[in-house]
Design a protein around this ligand. Structure first.
Ligand code: PHE
Length: 356
């Protein structure tokens, strides 16, 4: 009997330390440890099972002792289980406290803006601040607005310079944003100030400096006493706003049927600082835009009396401007879809969002 007492004591002690060790690991470890003592093949059950083999006078006593030990071990494991569940709940609670919903969340990588888009937004913003109306105009345009109203009759040789995508419905894809000039004149009447950021299309062979689809930014102003001086001032102001510094420009005669006089505007190449490089074809100057004083025939087509009103117009390629502004030497990079060429919003110098 003494022996049995000792054995049970040892089992109880073992159960205590096994339960503590298992509880520190996991609920599952605790369950496994418990079955080592209380399971069918557990050490205590072995003793209970052996009761049948004992002499009858010992059976009751041994059975009682073994059952007491069983109850005790059960209690040890039950309390350990409670402890570790409570600990798990506490850990979970701590974790919940560690999560502070008022802290700013992880910063999602933000998209970049294409340099051409950035410049288009900037241009639009500058002119809007000076009272210009922004018009998108249709990309699918009539021959009348794209050519005829702009003093380019069907027999005019200037049509050759605008290789056109003709559509089967008799319309065409506008070859320039100048197509909006007469539309706007008819819509607003004089005086007017309008800018047209938009896509244009030409049926040309694609090469390093020509694309079939490209952006233009048109601006025109009609009022009394408007002269070339006003045109030059606006151009200079526009470039100063885009480049954030004074930019050297030069105006030279150019021919466009819808302006008289017609003026080409060049700017000093910012890639090489005017010394000459592949981008400016070693001239130190890059062609920037076409401009001039709106032809009296165009004003007339727009329902404006050319004796009373004059105006200027210009059309600029924002892609060219973007290349100069961001120091991009090759136009092909602009359509390369290389995400490294995009401008992160924090580096934008103009508006960060523009819906027009
Ligand atoms: N529309 C002309 C072009 O696409 C540019 C231009 C606009 C010229 C306005 C003069 C006045 O080349």
């Amino acid at each position: 009997m003494d022996d049995l007492h000792k054995r049970l004591k040892v089992i109880e002690e073992e159960a205590k330390s096994a339960a503590a060790a298992a509880a520190a690991k996991s609920i599952e470890a605790l369950r496994q440890a418990e079955s080592r003592f209380l399971g069918k093949k557990g050490s205590l059950n072995e003793i209970v099972k052996s009761v049948g083999k004992l002499p009858p006078e010992q059976r009751a006593e041994v059975g009682r002792l073994a059952n007491d030990a069983k109850r005790l071990v059960k209690e040890i494991f039950a309390s350990m289980r409670q402890d570790s569940t409570a600990r798990a709940a506490e850990a979970e609670r701590q974790q919940a406290v560690a999560y502070d919903p008022t802290l700013p969340g992880p910063v999602a990588p933000s998209g970049g803006i294409h340099p051409t888009t950035a410049v288009l937004w900037e241009l639009t913003d500058v002119f809007e601040r000076m009272g210009f109306v922004v018009e998108a105009g249709p990309e699918m345009e009539s021959e009348f607005y794209n050519f005829e109203s702009l003093n380019i009759p069907s027999w005019h040789p200037a049509r050759d310079s605008q290789d056109t995508f003709w559509l089967t419905n008799g319309l065409l894809l506008r070859t320039h944003t100048s197509a909006m000039q007469v539309r706007a004149m008819r819509k607003y009447g004089p005086p007017l100030r309008v800018v047209v950021p938009g896509m244009c299309f030409r049926n040309e062979t694609v090469d390093a400096s020509h694309e079939t689809t490209f952006h233009q930014f048109e601006g025109f102003l009609v009022d009394r006493h408007i002269s070339v001086g006003n045109l030059k001032a606006f151009l200079q102001l526009m470039l100063r706003e885009v480049f954030k510094r004074d930019v050297k420009i030069r105006l030279r005669p150019g021919y466009f049927p819808f302006v008289e006089p017609g003026l080409e505007c060049d700017m000093s190449c910012l890639i090489c600082g005017g010394k000459g490089c592949p981008t400016c074809k070693y001239e130190g100057w890059v062609e920037l835009l076409g401009s001039g004083m709106i032809h009296p025939n165009v004003l007339t087509a727009g329902g404006i009396d050319p004796h009373e009103y004059t105006g200027f117009a210009f059309g600029v390629g924002p892609t060219r401007l973007a290349m100069m502004k961001y120091g991009i030497g090759d136009i092909r990079l602009m359509n390369s879809c290389d995400l490294r060429g995009l401008i992160p919003p924090e580096r934008l110098t103009g508006p960060t969002i523009k819906t027009t």
